[in-house]
Design a protein around this ligand. Structure first.
Ligand code: DAT
Ligand code: MG
Length: 140
């Protein structure tokens, strides 16, 4: 299996409730290594750019406001099959449909305030990592 990197975001609903450590433990227990991490506050413009792919969706405005409402923790996770593995640990977008033991099942408040973001494919992972991290911040 190929070693991959993926971009993860611990969202405002989770940072507000001080859940960063509990969420990171889920990643580490699943064999994902946190190779870069920082806490930042997104502007509405930055949130809008990050989620540009969803700009035609009815929830886009609400999503951007939420992502800019409080600090987030952005991180790069590395491991075998990291993109799919991370999405498995996150659980379904809507916590009502998420499997027991997943981050969203345990912590998400709603489909919008769902605690974590994870890249969905190698191309988006590369783009999203480059959106938040410089080469200097990424150790080999
Ligand atoms: P995911 O985050 O699982 O990749 P997505 O890419 O389809 O899901 O959507 C991005 C985010 O947008 C999602 O994490 C929360 C928000 N969102 C998605 N569907 C929504 C809905 N029906 N109502 C409100 N927010 C929604
Ligand atoms: Mg997505």
């Amino acid at each position: 299996m190929a070693t991959e990197r993926t971009l993860s975001i611990i969202k405002p609903d989770a940072t507000n409730r001080n859940l960063t450590g509990k969420i990171n433990a889920k990643f580490e227990d699943a064999g994902l290594r946190i190779v870069a991490q920082k806490r930042i506050k997104l502007s509405m413009e930055q949130a809008g750019k990050f989620y540009e792919v969803h700009k035609e969706r009815p929830f886009y405005g609400e999503l951007c406001e939420f992502m800019a409402s409080a600090p987030v923790v952005v991180q790069v996770l590395e491991g075998d099959n990291a993109i799919a593995k991370n999405r498995e640990v996150m659980g379904a977008t809507n916590p009502a449909n998420a499997e027991p033991g997943t981050i969203r099942k345990e912590f998400a408040l709603s489909v919008g305030e769902n605690s974590v973001h994870g890249s969905d494919a190698p191309e988006t992972a590369a783009q999203e990592i480059a959106f938040f991290f410089s080469g200097l911040e990424l150790v080999g």
